[in-house]
Design a protein around this ligand. Structure first.
Ligand SMILES: NC(=O)C1=CN([C@@H]2O[C@H](COP(=O)(O)OP(=O)(O)OC[C@H]3O[C@@H](n4cnc5c(N)ncnc54)[C@H](O)[C@@H]3O)[C@@H](O)[C@H]2O)C=CC1
Ligand SMILES: O=C(O)[C@@H]1CCC=N1
Length: 268
């Protein structure tokens, strides 16, 4: 893949570019970026990472890979915009939530298409990504995509339909954790701790818990019980979570996000 074009130059495009360039998986000279109209944003990406700015639409023809990194609502218009310029040999990788491989085949013609759901932690090489392929993606290209995504975190192949759930869990997941941290910071400051102190303590607590899950290979409920002394503080805290319907809130969160991904697939 000598020439890779990002169609869409927002947060997700930048997270992947940052990860790939920093980890030296894809040289910046091989990457091109374009968006609808914001030339300042393209100039910034060029300045920060050394990537190329697509000069004219005719250059799309020579791309080896087109990465769709636009919002779901913009996909149809964006595909309409490039479909007459894309070459027969160009493969497509989409990070767009919800949008099916079939929809991309309808918009850009029959060609190798990979659909990925990364998350913004790709920026620091810590993405958790799900991936699905159409049957035109060769084994060689599959291996290449997996290598590119492993360079910015972990990647797991799933049936395409399951990408809705992956989107709801790990695609959106960083936002849930940031939201949790926001809540911890609010309550911590009520006790007179500074926001900075709460942040240091709780970011380390998240990182430490994640590292424990990865290294000691015990089930989360086993690890939880080791924290929970009978009659102690954790038990009191968990009881409050239960009486405030913690599980219901989490189920509702993931189910709403999964359902929204399915709606996006239908263009709703
Ligand atoms: N932000 C995230 O955490 C994640 C986002 N995604 C997916 O990545 C995609 C992009 O999301 P973000 O980067 O957050 O959005 P964003 O709003 O930051 O960026 C979207 C980009 O698309 C460009 N664009 C819009 N219409 C266009 C067109 N017709 N032609 C060319 N460029 C066009 C915009 O100018 C902008 O640069 C979405 O489909 C989202 O579902 C996937 C995983 C995580
Ligand atoms: O909120 C969204 O729709 C995108 C997909 C996953 C994360 N951000």
């Amino acid at each position: 893949m000598q020439k890779i074009l990002f169609l869409g130059a927002g947060s997700m495009a930048e997270a992947l570019i940052h990860g790939w360039v920093e980890e030296e998986v894809v040289p910046a000279e091989h990457i091109y970026v374009t968006n609808r109209s914001n030339s300042e944003r393209l100039a910034l990406l060029h300045q920060k990472y050394g990537v190329n700015i697509l000069e004219n639409k005719e250059d799309i023809f020579s791309m080896d890979l087109l990465i769709l990194a636009i919002k779901p609502k913009d996909v149809k218009a964006a595909m309409e915009d490039v479909k007459d310029y894309i070459g027969p040999e160009t493969a497509v990788l989409s990070v767009v939530a919800g949008i099916a491989i079939e929809t991309i085949e309808e918009g850009l013609g029959s060609r190798p298409i990979a659909r990925v759901m990364p998350n913004t932690s790709a920026t620091i090489g810590m993405s958790a990504s799900g991936i699905a392929f159409n049957n035109q993606v060769s084994q060689v290209h599959k291996a290449l995509y997996l290598q590119m995504l492993e360079a910015v975190g972990i990647v797991i192949e799933v049936d395409e339909d399951k990408l809705h759930a992956v989107t709801a869990l790990s695609g959106s997941g960083p936002a849930y954790l940031y939201y949790l941290l926001e809540a911890w910071e609010s309550v911590g400051t009520e006790f007179g701790l500074s926001k900075e102190v709460v942040r240091q303590l709780m970011v380390q607590t998240i990182a430490g818990s994640a590292a424990m899950l990865k290294s000691v290979k015990e089930e989360p409920d086993v690890l939880r019980k080791k924290v929970t002394s009978p009659g102690g503080t954790t038990e009191a805290g968990i009881r409050a979570l239960e009486s405030n319907r913690f599980n219901e809130a989490i189920f509702a969160c993931i189910k709403s996000a999964e359902a929204r991904s399915r709606e996006l697939a239908k263009g709703e």
